[in-house]
Ligand binder design. Structure first.
Ligand code: FAD
Length: 401
């Protein structure tokens, strides 16, 4: 860790954003990439707390001000551009996808709070820019793809809400200090009954429980949030009451491009690992790459990977336009498929070695499969695309005669 300290020591309060990004890239290249296989393999118990081995690296990333990239400068952040954040996500996809998801969730919590009042922004954003981690909690046992089924109840009681219920599969559980949650503020279920609240770690009646261990993305703490008569000040209501789902869906559009970026970085990592293996591995007196079938497979993987990146760049170009939701869903759908395709081909090309539990390729493949569930499954992306395509094309289709 001596070199790590050297990188961080070269920073001072006047360092520019590009200097911070440069340091982040060096930390990832020099420390995260080599540490990933060892540390992921060590994390077997998936506790809803940050694992020991990653602590030093994570603190170094915080020192490189990674938390601030998602926060506007007037609240103490560095506000990186969409392109910079996308590149950062590819970098994490390449080096440690689980770490990348930690920052995607942090970024989404910030995006939600940006829809709040000035007082809320002043209260929470400087903390999220400097030291505290955010999380976004929607999923429940009975409400996964269908967020309108959310049952966590937030009952108004004077100037506070009283929360009762549970959330499951929440990234950054235990690691985060600030949780943005979607809860029901009306008795009847449905999309118009949900509101967004900020819940701080340590509040009475709010606890975090472990979930059974995951197959991949082991560095990402994923847990269960339990609320028992938890009293949250009504000052923590973000946006209008009963408009919470609309806010969350808005914010997730951005998250989809970031998850797609992680998929692209991860595809590239798997591609490079498998190319090196296939080039070095000799069977029947030849390297595997000299077999036509294998070189065709590698060409297919390369196409998938680059097509996914192309759709991500397309989506980045649509930020702020009416087609943003369509293109971010399209990018996430395709990038998830691409990484899963690249991963499963790579695993077969590795032969028996690819099936060993803690082999690098097996770990990367498990991470690739995890991408399917984040920010909506592939079927959910298709539902969104179906709705958006209808919105855009139904009038034209009607007029075709
Ligand atoms: C590693 C990890 C991290 C996560 N982090 C978070 C987080 O930070 N915050 C959070 O809120 N959630 C988080 N989640 C939860 C994730 O968002 C959900 O797993 C996801 O939304 C799917 O919900 P579900 O698992 O309940 O599956 P279900 O909704 O039960 O779906 C099961 C299957 O059925 C399909 N399906 C469902 N309905 C339909 C339909 N009408 N038509 C066609 N197919 C359908 C789905 O595509 C899926 O394949 C995380 C999950 C994982 C694995």
């Amino acid at each position: 860790m001596e070199n790590l300290a050297r990188i961080l020591d070269s920073f001072h309060p006047g360092s520019t954003q590009s200097e911070y990004i440069g340091s982040l890239m060096r930390i990832v290249r020099e420390f995260v990439i080599p540490s990933y296989p060892v540390l992921e393999a060590r994390i077997e118990n998936n506790k809803a707390q940050f694992s020991e081995g990653w602590e030093g690296l994570f603190l170094a990333l915080k020192d490189a001000r990674i938390l601030a990239y998602f926060v506007p400068t007037q609240y103490g952040g560095l506000k990186a551009s969409e392109q910079d954040i996308y590149v950062m996500m590819e970098l994490f996809g390449y080096s440690s996808p689980g770490l990348g998801v930690i920052f995607v969730s942090h970024g989404r919590a910030i995006d939600l709070i940006l829809h709040g009042t000035e007082e809320q922004k002043q209260r929470f954003l400087p903390r999220l820019a400097h030291s505290e981690i955010g999380a976004i909690a929607m999923t429940e046992e009975k409400a996964g793809s269908d967020a309108s089924a959310i049952g966590l109840m937030a009952k108004r009681d004077g100037d506070r809400f009283v929360l009762n219920g549970e959330k499951v599969f929440i990234s950054n559980s235990g690691l985060a200090q600030i949780y943005t949650i979607l809860a029901r503020t009306k008795e009847e279920k449905g999309p118009r009954s949900l509101s967004t609240l900020v819940v701080e770690h340590g509040l009475e009646g709010f606890s975090i429980k472990d979930l059974p261990k995951k197959e991949g993305l082991r560095v990402l703490p994923t847990g269960r949030l339990v609320f028992r008569n938890t009293k949250v000040p009504s000052l923590n209501l973000v946006g209008e009451e009963e408009r919470g789902l609309l806010l969350a869906l808005d914010v997730i559009d951005r998250g989809r491009i970031h998850i797609a970026g992680i998929c692209c970085g991860l595809s590239y990592r798997i591609f490079r690992e498998i190319y090196r293996f296939a080039y070095r591995r000799r069977q029947f007196d030849h390297p595997l790459t000299s077999s036509q079938d294998i070189s065709f497979q590698i060409a297919d993987m390369y196409c998938q990977m680059n097509a996914a990146r192309g759709l991500c760049f397309h989506a980045l170009n649509q930020v702020g336009t009416p087609n943003y939701r369509l293109s971010s869903s399209q990018a996430k759908l395709f990038a998830t498929r691409a990484v899963m395709d690249v991963a499963s081909r790579a695993q077969v090309l590795m032969g028996g070695r690819g099936y060993l539990r803690n082999s690098l390729i097996n770990q990367l493949c498990a991470d690739a499969r995890g991408m399917e569930y984040l920010e909506g499954t592939s079927n959910v992306q298709k539902m969104i695309m179906g709705r958006e395509l209808f919105r855009i094309y139904h009038k034209e289709a009607n007029n075709l005669g």
